[in-house]
Design a protein around this ligand. Structure first.
Ligand code: AMP
Length: 282
C-alpha cells in the first residue's frame, strides 16, 4: 500500500494501472476510520483491481469552524486499517494540495440539496461537490462508494455526476451500526461514555417507529420520533423529515412515494455532537 500526498504522484500510479486496463474503485473519506468506512473499502477491493481511499478532512464542507477544528484525525491508525483491508493507495493530501487557490465553483442541485442538511448546513453540499468532483477528476474511478448513513449526500452526488457527465458509477452501501444499533460515525469518538449511551436512543427510536408506522399515520410516526427523543435530557432533534427516498421532498402519506425514508439529525450532549441517521419505512 502506498500513502500518496501529491496529485501528480497519484496520477502516475493510476495512469499506469489504467493503461493496463485495470478498474479503479474510489472510497472518499475524511479519515478517523471505523467499520462503516471499512465496509465501503471491502466492497471496493472486492469489485475493482485497484482501490484508492482518500483521507482528507475537507474544509470547504464545514459551515461551522469549531466542527472543523474538533473533527477527529488519525492518519496512522487509518493507514494500518486500510493496509489490512488490501487497499492499494491512500490519498492523504494537504489542504494546499487540494486547494492551491480558493475553489469558487458553485454547485446547485435543487430540490435534493435544498432540504434537510442543505437547509441546516448552508454551503455544506457545495463543499462536498467541490471535493468529490476534484477527487473524481484526479482519480477518474470506474466506481465510487458512499455510505447510506449520509443518505442525502448520495442523492446530491448522483445529481452532480449526471450534471457533469462523469463516467463513474456511484455504489451506495448500507449503514453499519454498533451492536446496539447506533450508526457508526467518526463523530462518535467525541461522545463521553454517558453521551454514547444516550445516543443509542436515536436508532432505537427510529427502529421502534418502523413498527409503529405499520398502524399509524406518517404525522403520528414523525411526532413520536421527535417527542421521544426531545423528552430525553441531552438530546435535541434538529430535524426529522420523512421524505420521498428519490426526490428527498417531504411526503404526507405513506403511499405518496415508492420509497419513504426518515432522515434525522440530533444534537447530543453538552458539546454538542451532531449525529445523523436514517431509516427506510417503505
Ligand atoms: P466520512 O468520513 O464521514 O465523510 O464518511 C466517508 C464515507 O463513509 C461516506 O460515504 C459515509 O457515508 C460513509 N460512512 C460513514 N459512516 C458510515 C456507516 N456507519 N455505515 C456506512 N457508511 C458510512
Amino acid at each position: 500500500m502506498e500513502i500518496v500526498k501529491s496529485i501528480e504522484v497519484l496520477d502516475q500510479y493510476l495512469s499506469e494501472a489504467r493503461s493496463q486496463g485495470k478498474h479503479i474503485g474510489l472510497v472518499p473519506t475524511m479519515g478517523a476510520l471505523h467499520a462503516g468506512h471499512a465496509s465501503l473499502v471491502k466492497r471496493s477491493v472486492s469489485e475493482n483491481d485497484v482501490t484508492v481511499v482518500s483521507d482528507f478532512v475537507n474544509p470547504t464542507q464545514f459551515n461551522d469552524k469549531r466542527d472543523l477544528q474538533t473533527y477527529p484525525r488519525d492518519l496512522e491508525a487509518d493507514c494500518s486499517l486500510l493496509k489490512s483491508l488490501g487497499v492499494d493507495y491512500v490519498f492523504a493530501p494537504s489542504v494546499e494540495e487540494m486547494y492551491p487557490e480558493p475553489d469558487d465553483r458553485q454547485f446547485s442541485y435543487p430540490p435534493v440539496d435544498t432540504v434537510m442538511e442543505g437547509k441546516y448546513r448552508p454551503g455544506h453540499f457545495n463543499g462536498v461537490c467541490q471535493i468529490v468532483s476534484k477527487l473524481f477528476y484526479i482519480v477518474n474511478p470506474d466506481r465510487a462508494y458512499f455510505g447510506e448513513k449520509d443518505y442525502q449526500q448520495i442523492a446530491v452526488i448522483k445529481q452532480m455526476v449526471k450534471d457533469l457527465n462523469l463516467p463513474v458509477e456511484i455504489r451506495p452501501c448500507p449503514i453499519v451500526r454498533e451492536e446496539d444499533g447506533l450508526a457508526l460515525s467518526s463523530r462518535n469518538a467525541l461522545l463521553t461514555p454517558e453521551e454514547r449511551n444516550l445516543a443509542v436512543n436515536i436508532s432505537r427510536t427510529l427502529f421502534i417507529s418502523k413498527q409503529y408506522a405499520k398502524s399509524h399515520s406518517l404525522k403520528e410516526t414523525h411526532d413520536l420520533v421527535v417527542n421521544v427523543l426531545n423528552s430525553l435530557e441531552g438530546l435535541e432533534v434538529q430535524y426529522y423529515e420523512i421524505v420521498d427516498g428519490e426526490t428527498l421532498q417531504p411526503v404526507e402519506d405513506w403511499h405518496d412515494a415508492a420509497s419513504v425514508v426518515g432522515c434525522i439529525t440530533v444534537f447530543c450532549g453538552s458539546r454538542p455532537v451532531r449525529l445523523i441517521d436514517n431509516v427506510h419505512y417503505i
